[in-house]
Design a protein around this ligand. Structure first.
Ligand SMILES: Cc1cc2nc3c(=O)[nH]c(=O)nc-3n(C[C@H](O)[C@H](O)[C@H](O)COP(=O)(O)OP(=O)(O)OC[C@H]3O[C@@H](n4cnc5c(N)ncnc54)[C@H](O)[C@@H]3O)c2cc1C
Length: 816
């Protein structure tokens, strides 16, 4: 073994081998892989080997597309067969809702450049005669689906990496990891030690244990998973003979099974409701290439339905039953990237579909390590998306929920119940008593909407407008016509202080820092000039040393993601201190034309428009308690955000309600807030603002000051300004009926798909269905009536670009 290396990849499953290969492909040759036993000896060896492109997140779907396309390249480089069977796959819908879901998936596939086809149940049966059409209402065909040989594929990655210069050490368990002062690691193995500049945790079934070596409790858990292999089936033999090719894969959502051909029989696997975690506390180091005892009783409901839907399966003999463990994160997507708070420690674990995702994970991680950026939008699998609230037992509950719902529909207005409530503020019970329907926002219970007296506070899940529609409308009208209050504790909040704070923020942000007592809005860019953040920053009262203090608000989901970036760029001289408040600072927002009057009733400070202007920041007493107040709201109306320590929030809320009684004060939730912002064309982080867009494309021109000091991404921003970039964010009015856009629908122009929706919904005050999305910049000026179409649940709806917000286009309400 070498004594020093640039990268030590821990784990020789399909993911570790892919990371190793991609590092060499990106140009790092001094890289090693350290494997406890043999390659594939974790979860990889007993995988069913299926692959597919579809994923709930379009960016992960793209990476899956990359993975599937990579196998030919690997075979060519390594000379090792991956055992590819590109047979195509069918998703079978048994209900109208599932068919709507498939129509959405099909529409989304269009803008991803994936080839899918919607079929009737009879057409599906013609392709897959094992099924009985009468149990289904339709299907979607994805020609890219297929399966491969897990061992051959893993070895193809490993051989390709070796050809490029990588070394692989087998039978070498990493026992400990010790950080050095220079950021490198001593990797302590049973065969000697190696100093590595970077370490990558690709520990698969042991990823949690490798994490513990550096003090992390990663949100990852293995689940038992069963599939059966049948004896030869005459129906399969006959099909192959007649058609000259294999049967396609099939997924039966109702029975929660997947199937594919294996030799002259079939593989049938289940994602059963009665699922079992494997080794919930600690994976034993001596677990070898063993299988777990099968438990057919647990999967009997799936098998019974499967036998009904595919009668030939009921007659087939079972040759083998495989029960093996593999790992999941709480939301089922991988955990990839550098770990916040650690230097040079990277993860690529919880990859539940190694043969669909392993290539994309390896590509993204290697680019991140070599070039400082994954090169794609990998948010959906970024390890930073989970906070400290994702504990081991939380992970256990969520992973079981996720596994048992693998083939269930997740409706857009559906909040999943497992492990909730996890975090609550002091208003939780108060708001529940007032009819709140709660949602999970980065582990925190947050009000979505309020059911009036006599109405059950519960969502009826649907792809269409649902039971909350008229209540959210009432909340929006209540805000626009009088005043509303909502909780905004779920925002991310940070404090930056120290003598270097202002210069530090100026270097990171595109906008000029505010004067004392003022606020700014500002994007943050990566060196490529892409959007990696969007913040509100206040210059607050100086601290006792007279140094400037800045308070910053941003997206709750991105807190770790942003902290990782800030820490990476912190000056080494200690001149800047960052504090993430988390739940140490909570807030309420009041909005609407009567919000000023309401605020004035709670304080003896002058809050008139002259004394407290739009984008002002003040520290004042309100309802007897100390607060920071920003004159800004995401509703785009006159309004204020009031920030207090958590012990004051309950009193503040009750005082606001008391003072607002005769002003017509109402509670409103996140759904109303998101509707109100649509009427102002305001973008949201993660939907409209993501690292695939530039600030000018996103229409954030006025928050990018190219005349101020140099900042990260400035050069690219100058170029983008010159060229105008490629895309433009637009808002459209959609001629929808009873369903609005959800996000990720294709946008059509003259019969071609030219863009995609990022988010939307109903603008209740302006009484219009609205969508935001990106189109090529040349088309953003086509404001002709119905120049565009947006595909909602399989139907194309006319859409018209609007350039000015429908509500208060001159911002008189907001500023007045
Ligand atoms: C029954 C079953 C069916 C499946 N079907 C499919 C399918 O059809 N399609 C699909 O895409 N996926 C499928 N999977 C999932 C697939 O197997 C996983 O996605 C994949 O194996 C994950 O690979 P990995 O490299 O992350 O983990 P692993 O394969 O677990 O690899 C981790 C490796 O790290 C090594 N290691 C851990 N700790 C250390 C240490 N301290 N020192 C040195 N080495 C260490 C281990 O020995 C192991 O070899 C299936 C899984 C099962 C169980």
């Amino acid at each position: 073994m070498k004594s020093h290396t640039q990268v030590a990849v821990i784990g020789g499953g399909v993911v570790g081998c892919s990371v190793l290969y991609h590092l060499t492909k990106a140009g790092w040759k001094d890289v090693v892989l350290i494997e406890r036993d043999q390659l594939t000896s974790g979860s990889t060896w007993h995988a069913a080997g299926g692959f597919h492109t579809l994923n709930g997140d379009p960016n992960v779907a793209k990476l899956q597309g990359y993975t599937i396309g990579l196998y030919d390249e690997l075979e060519k480089i390594s000379g090792q067969s991956c055992g590819l069977h590109r047979s195509g796959g069918l998703m079978l819908a048994d209900t109208h809702e599932r068919m709507e879901w498939l129509k959405m998936a099909h529409a989304r596939a269009r803008y991803l450049g994936l080839e899918t086809e919607l079929l009737s149940a009879k057409e599906a049966q013609a392709l897959f005669p094992l099924m009985e059409a009468k149990h289904f209402v339709g299907a979607m065909l994805d020609k890219a689906d297929g399966n491969l040989d897990p061992s051959g594929t893993t070895h193809a990655y490993a051989k390709s990496a070796r050809i490029n210069g990588a070394e692989i050490y087998l039978k070498t368990r990493v026992a400990a990891l010790k950080p050095r002062k220079d950021g490198s690691w001593d990797v302590i193995t049973e065969q000697g030690n190696i100093q590595a500049e970077h370490v990558v945790n690709c520990g698969g079934l042991w990823a949690r244990e490798v994490g513990r070596m550096v003090g992390l409790e990663l949100p990852v858990l293995a689940m038992e998973h069963m599939y059966l292999v049948t004896d030869e089936m005459p129906e399969v033999v006959a099909f192959n003979k007649e058609r000259g090719h294999e049967l396609p894969h099939a997924i039966d959502f109702k029975a929660e099974i997947y199937m594919r051909q294996e030799r002259s029989g079939m593989v049938l696997g289940t994602y059963e409701k009665d699922c079992r975690p494997w080794q919930p506390r600690q994976t034993p180091w001596d677990f070898g290439t063993e299988l777990l005892a099968p438990d057919l009783e647990r999967i009997a409901p799936s098998l019974e339905l499967g036998h009904k839907h595919f009668p030939a399966m009921a007659k087939a003999g079972i040759k083998r039953i495989i029960n093996g463990p593999f790992t999941f994160s709480p939301d089922g997507n991988p955990l990839v990237g550098p770990v916040q708070g650690l230097r040079n420690f990277w993860c690529a674990c919880a990859v539940m579909a190694g043969f669909s995702q392993g290539g994309g994970v390896g590509l993204a991680l290697s680019q991140w390590m070599v070039h400082g950026d994954p090169g794609f939008d990998v948010w959906a699998m970024d390890i930073a998306r989970f906070g400290d609230w994702a504990t081991r037992s939380y992970t256990n509950e969520k992973v079981r929920e996720n596994y048992s719902r693998r083939f269930s529909i997740r409706f857009p207005n559906e909040e999943l119940p497992a492990a909730r409530p996890q975090q609550t503020t002091s208003l939780y019970d108060v708001m529940i008593a007032q009819g709140a329907v709660m949602g999970d926002s980065w582990g925190l219970e947050t009000p979505l909407w309020f059911a009036p007296k006599g109405v059950e506070p519960k969502d009826i899940v649907s792809f269409h407008r649902s039971n909350d529609f008229k209540h959210v409308k009432a909340e929006c009208l209540g805000v626009r016509n009088a005043v509303g209050v909502t909780e905004i504790a779920n925002f991310a909040k940070y404090e930056f202080k120290g003598p270097g704070a202002e210069a530090f923020l100026s270097r990171l942000m595109t906008n000029k820092m505010p004067r004392a007592g003022r606020l700014i809005l500002t994007p943050m860019l990566n060196p490529e000039g892409r959007l990696i953040g969007d913040f509100t920053i206040a210059k607050a009262q100086p601290d006792k040393n007279g140094d400037g203090r800045f308070i910053m608000w941003g997206s709750s989901q991105a807190q770790k993601y942003h902290m990782r970036w800030f820490e990476k760029h912190l000056p080494a001289d200690g001149s800047v201190q960052i504090h993430r408040y988390d739940m140490g600072l909570v807030g309420l927002s009041i909005a609407g034309p009567k919000s000023r009057e309401l605020l004035q009733r709670l304080t003896d400070e002058d809050v008139s428009n002259a004394a407290f202007k739009f984008m002002d920041h003040r520290s004042i007493d309100i309802a007897n308690l100390p607060a920071m107040i920003n004159r800004v709201t995401y509703s785009g109306d006159l309004g204020y955000e009031i920030w207090v320590a958590p012990e004051y929030q309950r009193r503040l809320f009750l005082a606001i309600h008391e003072a607002g009684k005769d002003l017509g004060l109402i509670n409103f939730g996140m759904r109303a807030l998101l509707s109100l912002r649509l009427e102002k064309n305001f973008p949201t982080w993660y939907r409209e603002l993501r690292p695939i867009y530039g600030p000018f494309e996103a229409g954030l021109d006025r928050f990018v000051d190219l005349t101020k000091n140099d900042f990260i991404g400035r050069e690219a921003a100058v170029k983008e300004k010159e060229t105008g970039g490629k895309l433009r964010r637009v808002t459209m009015v959609v001629e929808a009926s009873d369903a609005d856009v959800l996000g990720d629908e294709p946008i059509w122009h003259k019969g071609q798909v030219i863009g995609w929706v990022t988010s939307g919904g109903y603008g209740h005050y302006v009484d219009k269905s609205l969508a935001q999305g990106y189109v090529p910049k040349e088309l953003a000026t086509d404001t002709a009536r119905s120049a565009f179409e947006i595909e909602i649940l399989g139907e194309r709806r006319k859409a018209t670009i609007i350039t000015d917000p429908l509500f208060d286009p001159e911002a008189k309400r907001m500023r007045g």
